[in-house]
Design a protein around this ligand. Structure first.
Ligand code: UD1
Ligand code: UDP
Length: 384
């Protein structure tokens, strides 16, 4: 029958929930939600937007986390596309998928372009949206992730806030949807997979650090890597930290970071340092074990700030601000900016800090709480 309107009439919606993934952190953080939907027999489909596509940024997590094959998988956005083109490509693809699948609810997780595209496609078709990880704010309006978070939160029906602070941000912005404080699914994933990581990962042996202290660093944020000067500054800072502390520093490189290091001819500078060891992106189990046993992590990643807090690993954030303010509040994280002496001082402070904080990101049951709401929710009726 030819379509006469631009939306999906409520009567045509099916019982299915559409779970959307597309980036490394989204796959990892959605994995416990998918596990819980499976366990309860809640009808769902899995949609992959194609944003991340390299084996070590995508497939590896499906294998390790025992995730089902996606029911729909969009072609990846054109290499080198800007935010608009990348988001538009996924928006258009998601719209066609939703028109065919007609789910009663679309679930997105996090702040990547994937999630904005999926949420917007659903909203325009009158399909309800649930946002897992709603309410994080860095209040840094230069970050693409901050634009995405704000927009997604304002077009969501169900807002799954990891913490009370997130809920307070959402209330202050007077979002329209219903808010549920659930904890962060990153905790669920870390708890569920830590034993498996300890049993299966050989990363410590492979790197020769079973009995040696070491540090870890990850950098990939647009504002840190997309300019020669700032990325060069980060390389110098990491060199200074290893000199001061006298420990090797392992650095799994996001493909974006590796490509920028090569373009700016900074990769050699990293490799020349005796103490910095660049690595390919690691699988989740390897990374979880490496992170769990490190003395300290230096990062600009949102997920890793929350994960390190969960694993009681001190964190120094190489940014001027953070949306993971809870980790800072409990003493698990220091936001050091990009001045060398501040970063070195922060590393010293964090290496000595007792790892006694309580985890503000939850108890590992976030995915259960989310699926409780999702399972009882029907279009037009609100949460049960
Ligand atoms: C995206 C998210 C960021 C998140 C990060 C997680 C946005 C705006 N940003 O940033 O919030 O923290 O994912 O990792 O959505 N590339 C590959 N293989 C891949 C993926 C990326 O080679 O599988 C390279 C490509 O050169 C690509 C570049 O990395 O152009 C950037 O990828 P993109 O998905 O645009 O952004 P991320 O930096 O990954
Ligand atoms: N991660 C991984 N391998 C790596 C680096 C990170 O599996 O080499 C995982 C990490 O455990 C965390 C997630 O990727 O769960 C964080 O993703 P990323 O830093 O890319 O994105 P962000 O959280 O900043 O959006």
């Amino acid at each position: 029958m030819p379509r006469t309107g631009k939306t999906i009439p409520a009567g045509e919606l099916t019982a299915k929930v559409a779970v959307v993934v597309g980036t490394r952190p989204g796959i990892i953080k959605m994995s416990p939600v998918i596990g819980e939907l499976k366990r309860r027999g809640t009808e769902f489909i899995l949609i992959h937007t194609g944003q991340h596509y390299s084996n070590n940024m995508d497939r590896v997590f499906f294998r390790e986390l025992d995730l089902p094959e996606s029911d729909y998988h969009l072609r990846r956005p054109r290499r080198g596309s800007l935010h608009g083109e990348q988001t538009a490509h996924m928006l258009k693809g998601m719209e066609l998928i939703l028109l065919e699948a007609k789910p009663r609810l679309v679930l997105v997780c996090g702040d990547a372009n994937t999630n904005l595209a999926a949420a917007l496609a659903a909203r325009k078709l009158h399909v309800a949206v649930g946002h897992v990880e709603a309410g994080f704010r860095s209040f840094d309006w230069a970050m693409p992730e901050e634009h995405n978070r704000v927009m997604i939160d304002h077009i969501s029906d169900l807002l799954f806030a990891p913490t009370e602070e997130c809920r307070a941000h959402l209330l202050a912005e007077r979002v329209r949807g219903e808010i549920f404080v659930t904890g962060n699914t990153v905790v669920d994933a870390a708890i569920r997979n830590s034993t498996l990581a300890a049993e299966q990962s050989r990363i410590l042996k492979r790197l020769g650090i079973e009995k040696r202290p070491y540090m870890v660093a990850t950098i990939h944020r647009e504002e840190n890597v997309d300019g020669r000067e700032r990325l060069g500054q980060i390389v110098s800072i990491l060199n200074a930290v290893t000199r001061e502390v006298g420990m090797p520093l392992f650095m799994p490189l996001h493909p974006r970071t590796r490509s920028r290091l090569e373009t700016y001819q900074l990769y050699e500078k990293l490799e020349d340092s005796e103490q910095i060891i660049p690595l390919k992106p690691l699988g989740y189990l390897d990374f979880l074990l490496l992170l769990g046993r490190t003395r300290l992590v230096l990062t600009d990643s949102g997920g890793i700030q929350q994960e390190s807090c969960t694993l009681r690993v001190p964190c120094v954030t190489l940014r001027e601000n953070t949306e993971s303010t809870e980790a800072v509040r409990v003493g698990a994280n220091l936001v050091a900016g990009l001045e060398e002496r501040h970063v070195v001082a922060a590393v010293r402070t964090m290496l000595e800090r007792p790892r006694e904080w309580a985890n503000p990101y939850g108890d590992g049951l976030a995915s259960r709480r989310i699926v409780d709401v999702v399972a009882g929710w029907e279009p037009g009726k609100g949460a049960s």
